[in-house]
Write a protein that binds this ligand. Structure first.
Ligand SMILES: NC(=O)C1=CN([C@@H]2O[C@H](COP(=O)(O)OP(=O)(O)OC[C@H]3O[C@@H](n4cnc5c(N)ncnc54)[C@H](O)[C@@H]3O)[C@@H](O)[C@H]2O)C=CC1
Ligand SMILES: O=C(O)C(=O)COP(=O)(O)O
Length: 413
């Protein structure tokens, strides 16, 4: 049996959570037709079953790929996160199994910034509660507690791609922008970085969160932090559901300590559109609830589909790991007439020497070789000069797989 990579139509691709059609089009244009696309996410047991013979999987923010799933996925080469966040993937477990993870770091950022901008205006004008009252036959025509955004202080927590875009948009409305970030950042426009979260909370009329899910951001806004906000300020969270303690927020909204909130992300979210959404925030009129749609625009989803599918295709076609989030980045130009081998191994001294010894013993000429390592893993792409149909590459692969410390090795073409 040949050990050379499968024909493209035998490479199985599983796309979950309604990944945009643009991804399927890109994959098909490059010859990958064995694609299963589902609208929903899968739970852990379902995933362990579904990933068994899958080579590439595409997910969004809902699907949890943990160590057990990677263990079950013995053919998996790469994961495409068709979103920004990669907190739903156990990146270390993926790396341990030689699985490369890609994401789309920018494509939906404008969509989130626009939604938050709209929510700032809605919340400052108390539209959620006036809207809810009107639907029940109420008529709350009053200026009390309704404010213009102009001149108000917007406090941004996390001044990255989304936070900094929002900063520019909000200044165009006349807002004064302050931000808190653990890194020193380039302040755009007239924005000012403050030194502590508490300082930001105390100064802001609107607080909005744009941090990733990390151990440090988990529950970073709880009862104590909410109490430090200005009376009647508003809170927006379109980052991750684990960043805000939702029970404390519900209390602050019910008691009037906060005048409103807009929440797009939740500690537990439904698996798909047919599941019921449960939350202590349901039924609170001064809270805008959106079903994790910060990045869900036609433009963003189409671009993400093209971007991430393109990264999967490049890895599958030529071994490029450029922009991978958990893997050494390697891209080697193709050398005409060469065969290409990939070797993923634990980062131990002497691995490359062992690989090259095998090549030297077989008298194989290397036309290109590129190794990159991180603290855990080494990834080397090797182009060798062998005749197209020879079985030398297969023989080499058997020897390379036998090297102690090898995670994965294959002949790409
Ligand atoms: N609701 C939605 O549909 C979407 C949600 N997101 C979420 O938004 C997050 C942010 O996205 P980007 O701006 O593109 O990420 P980014 O990585 O460009 O920016 C994140 C910023 O947060 C800062 N940060 C990290 N830990 C911090 C901490 N403990 N305290 C203060 N600042 C901290 C970082 O230094 C960085 O500047 C994503 O990680 C994702 O979870 C992203 C897209 C869509
Ligand atoms: O890009 C992100 O991190 C998001 O949260 C968007 O997630 P989604 O693709 O809408 O499930």
């Amino acid at each position: 049996m040949s050990l050379v990579s499968l024909d493209k139509d035998r490479i199985k691709i599983l796309l979950l959570e309604g990944v945009h059609n643009s991804a399927i089009e890109v994959l098909k244009q490059h010859g990958y037709s064995n694609i299963t696309a589902l609208k929903t996410s899968l739970n852990e047991d379902e995933l362990c079953e579904a990933v068994k013979d899958v080579h590439f999987i595409g997910i969004r923010s809902r699907t949890q790929l943990n160590a057990r799933v990677f263990k079950a996925a013995d053919k998996l080469a790469a994961v495409g996160c068709f979103c920004i966040g990669t907190n739903q993937v156990d990146l270390d477990a993926a790396r341990e199994h030689g699985v490369v993870v890609f994401n789309a770091p920018f494509s939906n950022t404008r969509s989130v910034a626009e939604l938050v901008l709209a929510e700032i205006i809605m919340l400052l004008r108390r539209i959620p509660q006036k809207n809810a009252a009107a639907h029940r036959g109420g008529w709350d025509k009053a200026a009390k507690g309704s404010f213009e955004a102009r001149g108000k202080v917007l406090g941004i927590i996390g001044y990255g791609h989304i936070g900094s875009q929002l900063s520019i948009l909000a200044e165009q409305l006349g807002m004064q922008v302050r931000y808190y970030d653990i890194e020193t950042k380039l302040s755009l426009g007239n924005a000012l970085q403050v030194r502590s979260l508490d300082e930001l909370l105390a100064q802001s009329d609107v607080v909005t969160l744009h941090v990733p899910e990390t151990p440090q951001t988990q529950w970073m806004i709880g009862a104590k932090q909410l109490a430090k906000m200005k009376p009647e300020a508003v809170l927006i969270n379109a980052s991750r559901g684990t960043v805000v303690a939702i029970d404390a927020l519900a209390e602050a909204l019910k008691s009037g300590q906060l005048s409103g909130a807009a929440i797009d992300v939740f500690p537990v979210e439904p698996k798909g559109n047919d599941d019921v959404f449960e939350s202590p925030l349901r039924g609170i009129d001064n809270c805008i609830l959106t079903p994790h749609i910060g990045g869900s625009t036609e433009e963003a989803q189409e671009n993400i589909g093209i971007e991430v599918a393109g990264k999967l295709v490049r890895y599958s076609d030529n071994g490029s790991t450029l922009s991978a989030v958990n893997f050494p980045e390697v891209a080697l130009p193709t050398h005409a007439g060469s065969r290409r081998l990939l070797h993923i191994h634990h980062n131990r001294p002497g691995m490359l020497t062992r690989i090259n010894q095998i090549l030297a013993e077989q008298n194989i000429n290397v036309s290109g070789q590129y190794l990159q390592t991180d603290s855990q893993v080494g990834y080397v792409v090797i182009d060798i000069e062998t005749p197209p149909k020879s079985t030398i590459a297969d023989d080499l692969l058997i020897e390379m797989r036998a090297i102690d410390g090898t995670i994965k090795a294959r002949v790409l073409y």
